[in-house]
Design a protein. Sequence first.
Length: 157
Amino acid sequence: MSDTALPPPTSASLSPPRWALVGMALLVVATIAIAGLARQTGIGATGIPDSPTVARADLRFEDREDGSVLVRDGSGRVLETIAVGADGFIRGTMRSLARQRKQAGLPRDLPFLLERRENGRLSLSDPATGARIELDAFGTGNAATFARFLASRENRS
C-alpha cells in the first residue's frame, strides 16, 4: 500500500449537484403556485353545501361584572345566565368571535346568528364580520350547548 493519503474532500464535492437544487426549487415554487390557484378557484375544495335554514335566533352575549354571561335573544329578552366557570365552550367560542369584532373596530352589542339547517347542522355566525363557526365540528355535546338557545326560543313560539 502506498503511504500517500487522499486529499481532504472539498466543500464543492460535498454539496448536491446544481441540477438537484434547481429541481427542488422548481418543485417548491410549483407546489406553492398550485396551492394558491386551488385556494383562489376552489378547485379540489371539499365541504358540505349549505342547506336551507329551519331555525334561527339572534343572540347577544353580555359579560357581567361578577364573571357570568347574560344571553339575550334579538328582542332583548334574557334566555339564560351562564354562571362563572360554566359552559367553557360557549365562552371560548364567543371570545374568538368578539376578538374578531374588536380587531375590525366593530361594536360589541351587535347580535350573533345561530342557525339550524335542514341537514341538522348547527352554525354560529357573526353577520358583522362574516365569520362563521360550524358548531357540529366540535362534537354533538358542544353543539348542544348552543342548540338549547334555539330550543328555548322554539318552546316559546
